[in-house]
Ligand binder design. Structure first.
Ligand SMILES: Cc1ncc(COP(=O)(O)O)c(C=O)c1O
Length: 430
């Protein structure tokens, strides 16, 4: 085996001495056929199961069997206010304010799925008027975001070609330069209605300079929102202070809430307080004071805040596992987690750089990284990916040639990063 430079003892010491210890023993780690742990570096796609999530799901199953419909208001965690359990933890996670008398629905709500939330947000925050009718997004963008924006433009009678501005990397570069985004915003000027970008790029792992983009967008008179699928639980966010207008994310990646888990949505307080903002209505977004007057209340009066964008009574079963994961985030805090994340990712990056011998390169910018590193290999990347998979690495492959790996600070270790580089090295040797 082609051992990377760092010796195993040093790696073990790194794991033992890290000031923010791994929470690995609180997660179910998928096993290989021989019973040993896989090297799971795929939290950027689907986070691992927190062991405590089972008891939150069991609690619901028990309450349902015991109380039937009364479970909405009875039992240890009644379902009617279940979404409120995430008000504080959700706000801390993304740097939002918590509900108060002027904003009973807060800035954050967990609801629906990511693409559905993006559509709901564009309904409110893409308000073309006169020549201000264009949306700016990035390339490469996740396909669902592209389809979302294109279909939204179409549904609103706009032109998905001329009303969409796309900013991508320069020729022969892998990532988008922030200056190019700012320049495109400036150039679009008064034609720009809305900016919607991935806060952390799904393919390259590049973290965008969100505050400068919000500032430039507002200077141009546009509203600015982010898809935070790859950012939430990965990097520290200050959505309120950055004055982000709107954002949405999923909870199955770094938030470890399980496949298709409930998603999240952020609406800045300055918009949340304005209940006249056009939106699609549903009873769960209605003022809770009158929600249960049913047909006696035929006027939709949204509750002020993000909760005013809710439509349906939430999928409680899809929410339950999120409690277990957010308990962990809360017990450590995003700041400490991000510090550990950067130690792990920098270690992995250094190992990759030191052992590459021209066989691969990391395209994630080192001054704009979260925990995901995206690697382009020489030769047949798919075969290399299949080889490392056989050796017990769980990562993912994005065509044509990108292998994405994410050492997640909650459950990955320095030793795993070390071993991964050995395995990749062997795969590319053969
Ligand atoms: C950046 C990004 N946007 C959108 C989606 C689509 O999410 P969903 O299927 O939950 O709507 C994903 C899923 O991985 C994603 O990574």
């Amino acid at each position: 085996m082609n051992a990377p430079e760092t010796d195993i003892q040093t790696v073990a010491e790194l794991d033992q001495r890290d000031p923010v210890p791994s929470q690995r023993d609180k997660f179910a780690i998928p096993l290989q056929d021989d019973g040993s742990d896989t090297i799971y570096l795929c939290g950027n796609s689907l986070g691992l199961q927190p062991l405590a999530s089972r008891s939150y799901v069991d609690e619901l199953m028990d309450a349902w069997s015991k109380h039937g419909v009364h479970g909405h208001f009875e039992g240890t965690s009644p379902w009617y206010p279940y979404h409120e359990l995430f008000r504080d933890t959700g706000a801390r996670l993304v740097g939002a304010v918590t509900p108060d008398a002027s904003l009973p629905g807060g800035e954050v709500v967990m609801m629906n799925s990511l693409t559905a939330n993006l559509h709901l947000l564009l309904t409110s925050f893409y308000r073309p008027s006169g020549s201000r009718r264009r949306i700016l997004m990035e390339s490469p963008a996740f396909p669902s975001d592209i389809y979302c924006v294109q279909s939204h433009l179409q549904a609103r009678g706009m032109d998905p070609q001329s009303d969409l501005i796309i900013v991508g990397p320069r020729e022969d570069e892998d990532c988008i330069r922030n200056e190019d985004i700012l320049e495109a915003i400036d150039r679009a000027g008064e034609t720009l209605a809305t900016i919607m970008l991935g806060g952390v790029n799904f393919l390259t792992g590049q973290v965008l300079d969100m505050p400068s983009i919000v500032h430039a967008g507002h200077q141009a008179g546009a509203l600015v929102g982010f898809d935070l699928a790859h950012a939430v639980g990965n990097i520290q966010l200050h959505l309120h202070d950055w004055e982000v207008d709107f954002a949405a994310w999923c909870s199955y990646k770094y938030l470890n809430a399980g496949p298709g888990a409930i998603a999240g949505l952020f609406v800045h307080a300055k918009h949340g307080r304005d209940v006249s903002i056009p939106r699609f209505g549903g009873w769960w977004g209605n003022d809770p004071q009158s929600r249960f007057r049913m047909h006696l209340e035929d006027q939709f009066i949204p509750v002020a805040g993000a909760e005013g964008w809710q439509l349906s009574n939430p999928s409680i079963l899809a929410m339950a596992p999120l409690r277990a994961s957010l308990d962990l985030f809360d017990s450590i805090g995003m700041e400490a987690l991000q510090e550990r994340s950067q130690r792990l990712t920098n270690y992995l990056r250094n190992q990759l750089d030191a052992n590459s011998s021209g066989r691969w390169r990391v395209i994630t910018p080192n001054d704009a990284q979260g925990c995901q590193l995206s690697i382009i290999t020489q030769g047949d990347a798919r075969t290399a990916f299949e080889d490392i998979t056989k050796q017990g690495v769980i990562a993912d492959f994005r065509p044509p040639n990108v292998i994405r790996v994410a050492p997640v600070p909650l459950y990955n270790t320095f030793a795993e990063c070390h071993r991964f580089v050995s395995i990749l090295s062997d795969a590319l040797e053969t």
